[in-house]
Design a protein around this ligand. Structure first.
Ligand SMILES: Cc1ncc(C[n+]2csc(CCOP(=O)(O)OP(=O)(O)O)c2C)c(N)n1
Ligand SMILES: [Mg+2]
Length: 340
């Protein structure tokens, strides 16, 4: 049965708090830089920024173990960075260069890393949900204890395939955490205009799936809820739903005129709920770091991002011969190879 009981907040160390700060800042600065490169015409096609939502992936990655999997939508740069993919390879994919994760042929929405168990990057709204349940099914079949995180938005949560997936995931007790990143908008449509039910996670009750709502601007709350969900799934009890309440500061994509909400609404969220500022305050008030320590981290992160941008500008364009490669799989992995 579904539960409303929130997970207890973790008693985190200063080291862990600093890690969260660093990771969230990396995503924020990376996305700001991607926005700049887009404005300079260096990034083509779609580009959906994750600014504002950083605490979601950073909190959940802190709850994940080595070998756990993740799959998400087109708003995917944060997920890639948080699971340890190289900022250079991600940025070079955005600029469509050879050094990118898909050798410059995928772009912002289509990157993968088997090494980091990151399975995309999907442009079709909701398509990653059954794919993620499939990843979890493979793990269950292979008898390991991996958990898959499937991220999708509030807009995607209104899709039929999500509920077909819920049914099968619960029926087969699949080890999957469904993460609804409720950022309150699907393109220009607010949740108030698109759905009458107030809660998305509660829809899982109809399928017998447990779940809860989480404050997605609070990285520690996300981490605690993530740990609880992961333990549940790893112990073989089946899927779990986390509805993470978050907010995107930027437009839906780079071409969003943003006429569906006021500047004041966005500013209020930035001023009062910013997830990075929240951790910054915890670090300072807890005397875990000084202003100077944080300045040094800011500089370090800026350097990493600038280096990634330089790499993404300098890496060559893919050769036209590459148009005919990587279209069909040459080998279908079997048995143990799938575990890689
Ligand atoms: C099947 C499908 N329908 C419509 C679209 C166009 N589309 C792209 S993103 C989007 C909104 C999805 O919003 P949400 O799931 O809340 O994710 P967010 O963008 O907020 O992260 C829509 C309708 C699409 N890509 N695929
Ligand atoms: Mg949304």
């Amino acid at each position: 049965m579904a539960t409303r009981k929130a997970a207890a907040r973790p008693n985190v160390s200063a080291e862990e708090l600093l890690h969260h700060y660093r990771e969230m800042l990396l995503i924020r600065r990376f996305e700001e830089k991607a926005g700049q490169l887009y404005g300079m015409g260096l990034i083509g096609g779609f580009c959906h920024l994750y600014i504002g939502q950083e605490a979601v992936v950073v909190g959940l990655e802190a709850a994940a173990d080595e070998g756990d999997k993740r799959v998400t939508s087109y708003r995917d740069h944060g997920h890639m960075l948080a699971c340890g993919m190289d900022p250079k390879g991600v940025m070079a994919e955005l600029t469509g260069r050879e050094g990118g994760y898909s050798a410059g042929k995928g772009g912002s929405m289509h990157m993968f890393s088997r090494e980091k168990h990151f399975y995309g990057g999907h442009g079709i709204v909701g398509a990653q949900v059954p794919i993620g349940a499939g990843l979890a099914m493979a793990d269950k079949y292979l008898g390991n204890d991996r958990v898959t995180f499937v991220y999708f938005g509030d807009g995607a949560a209104n899709q039929g395939q999500v509920y077909e997936t819920y049914n099968m995931a619960e029926l087969w007790d699949l080890p999957v955490v469904f993460v609804i990143e409720n950022n309150q908008y699907a393109m220009g449509t607010s949740t108030k205009r698109s759905t009458k039910s107030k809660s998305y996670w509660e829809r899982g009750v109809a399928y017998g799936i447990e779940g809860e709502e989480v404050d997605g601007m609070d990285v520690l709350a996300v981490q605690a809820a993530g740990k609880k969900a992961v333990e549940y799934c790893r112990s073989g009890k089946g899927p779990y739903i986390l509805e993470v309440k978050t907010y995107r500061y930027r437009g839906h994509s780079m071409s969003d005129p943003a006429k569906y909400r006021t500047r004041e609404e966005v500013q209020k969220m930035r001023d009062e709920r910013d997830p990075i500022e929240n951790v910054r305050q915890l670090l300072l008030t807890g005397k875990h770091a000084s202003e100077d320590d944080l300045k040094a981290i800011d500089k370090e992160i800026k350097d990493v991002v600038n280096e990634a941008a330089e790499f993404a500008k300098d890496s060559p364009e893919p050769s036209t011969d590459e148009l005919w490669t990587d279209i069909y799989a040459k080998e279908i992995p079997q048995g143990e190879a799938i575990e890689a």
